[in-house]
Write a protein that binds this ligand. Structure first.
Ligand code: TYC
Length: 103
């Protein structure tokens, strides 16, 4: 059964296929005041990036205005946004992240 795809009369699917869960990008937004080191710290702490990966993403956001910190299921992505925005606010930096549904 785990390997078969049973079909009934006229090819009606009897075992429903599971939908692929929607994925969500956590977008980091550039601003003029948050220190580069703080953004790198955020990417390492909340997105498990290496120093090199974090620096690359931070510079990309700095130059282009926004960039992808990571891609997650909805509840994980929502939690990341909350954590980043709360951590920035606690440190009195204007750094913001937002969600975007993956194409
Ligand atoms: N633009 C900031 C600076 O020059 C650095 C920065 C990068 C801020 C990425 C936010 O998401 C950000 N200090």
């Amino acid at each position: 059964y785990p390997f078969s795809s049973p079909e009934g009369e006229a090819g009606v699917q009897l075992v429903p296929k599971l939908d692929t869960p929607k994925m969500y990008k956590v977008i980091l937004l550039n601003d003029d005041y948050t220190p580069m080191d703080f953004v790198v710290l955020v990417l390492r702490r909340f997105f498990a990036k290496t120093e090199e990966q974090a620096t690359q993403i931070m510079l990309d956001v700095h130059k282009k205005g926004a960039g992808i910190a990571g891609v997650f299921s909805l509840e994980i992505a929502e939690m990341k946004v909350m954590q980043v925005n709360q951590f920035a606010q606690l440190n009195q930096y204007p750094l913001k992240s937002t969600l975007e549904e993956e194409a």
